[in-house]
Write a protein of this length. Structure first.
Length: 114
């Protein structure tokens, strides 16, 4: 597990709104749960399959986790550790953004991460 970078999948609209505000408060699911859900690099594919199947207009954000003060790794019901942020995400913490392509079968093409 790489603790330096974490990843957030969100819609293009959510990301555009966050850039205007200078911060991302989370998706609808994040707001319901009280924290912002993230994935590490190895969890991106499973997160897309579980929560975003057939969804288009998605963005993958690469975040410098070392800049986040309220980040906690917590165990999911399946036993995996996931990063959760208990505050807003500053847009300045984003290292890179990637478009996620929706394939005909409803799965996604994960971009090459740099």
């Amino acid at each position: 597990m790489d603790f330096k970078y974490i990843y957030k999948i969100c819609t293009k609209l959510e990301w555009e709104e966050a850039k205007l505000k200078g911060k991302f408060n989370g998706s609808k699911k994040d707001l319901e749960d009280g924290y912002i859900h993230f994935s590490d690099k190895e969890q991106i594919e499973d997160t897309l399959k579980k929560f975003f199947k057939n969804q288009k207009n998605l963005i993958l954000l690469k975040i410098n986790a070392l800049e986040l003060d309220h980040l906690i790794y917590e165990q999911s019901s399946e036993g995996n550790m996931f990063p959760h942020l208990y505050s807003s995400l500053k847009v300045s913490s984003i290292c890179n953004e990637y478009s996620i392509t929706l394939k005909k079968d409803g799965s996604h093409l994960i971009p090459t991460l740099i």
